[in-house]
Write a protein that binds this ligand. Sequence first.
Ligand SMILES: C[S@@+](CC[C@H](N)C(=O)[O-])C[C@H]1O[C@@H](n2cnc3c(N)ncnc32)[C@H](O)[C@@H]1O
Length: 240
Amino acid sequence: MTDFKKSNWAEPDFSRRFVESADIAIVERKRSHAIMRSFFRHHFAGKEPVEILDLGCGDGILTYELKQTGISLSATLVDGSEEMLRKAAERLKDYPDTRTVRASFQEVIAGKAVAGDFDFVVSSLAIHHLDMAEKRELFGWVYGNLGNSGYFMNIDVVLAPNEALETWCLVLWQEWIAEKKALEGITGDIYDDTMKRYKDNRDNKPDRLDVQLEALKDCGFHDVDCYYKYGIFAIYGGKK
Ligand SMILES: C[S@@+](CC[C@H](N)C(=O)[O-])C[C@H]1O[C@@H](n2cnc3c(N)ncnc32)[C@H](O)[C@@H]1O
C-alpha cells in the first residue's frame, strides 16, 4: 500500500521543484493540456455547468486550463500535499466555484474524502504513484463517482512494453529535454539527470498502458482509448 506521508510529495521543497521545472522536464506538457481542452470542449460544450474532479491536482494547472475554455464548470481538486493545495487555491483564487480537498488517493478510494456524480474526472502525472492494484481500485472508484456518460481522462507516464522500448523512450525523453533547453537558451547540465531521477524514485510506479486500458474496461468503462502517446508520456481514458 502506497503511503503518501512517506513519499517525496509530502516534502514542500519537492513539490516546489516540480512546479518550477515541469514545462521543461515533462514532454509536451502544454500539448497535453491542449488535447485535454479540446476533448473537454468537444464533449461538454453546451452541457453546462460541468462538474469536474481533479485528482492529484498539484498546483491546479488542469482545472485552470479547463477554465480557459470558457465552459462553465465547478471543480473539486484533491491532493495529499498541503503545499500543492495552497498553490492551487492561489492559482484559482478568481474562480469561486472551485474547492480543494486534502486527501490521499487511499482516502479517496476508501470513501473518506469526496463523493459525487462528476461529469469529467481528470488527473495528470499523479496516478503513476499508485501500484497497479491501487490503480484498479481508483479506476473503480472513479467509475462509481461519475455520472452516466461522464468521462475519465488521465495524462500520465506509463511503462513501455519491454526493456528495449523503455530504453528508447528514455532516449526520446532526453532528446526532448535537450531540444527544450536549446530553445530556452538553457546551458549546463541542469535537467540532464531527469530520466535517472525518475527511474530511481521509488514513488514512481508506472504500469503498462495496455494493462491500464484493460483495467478501465474491466471497471465498466467504454470508449476506452489512448488519445496521445510520446514515449512514456500518454493520455488515456474512457466513458461511463
Ligand atoms: C507530478 S505532480 C502533478 C501535479 C499536477 N496534476 C500537474 O499535472 O502538474 C503529482 C501530484 O500528485 C500528488 N500525489 C502523489 N501521490 C499522491 C497520493 N498517494 N495521494 C494524493 N496525492 C498524491 C502530489 O502531491 C502531487 O501534487
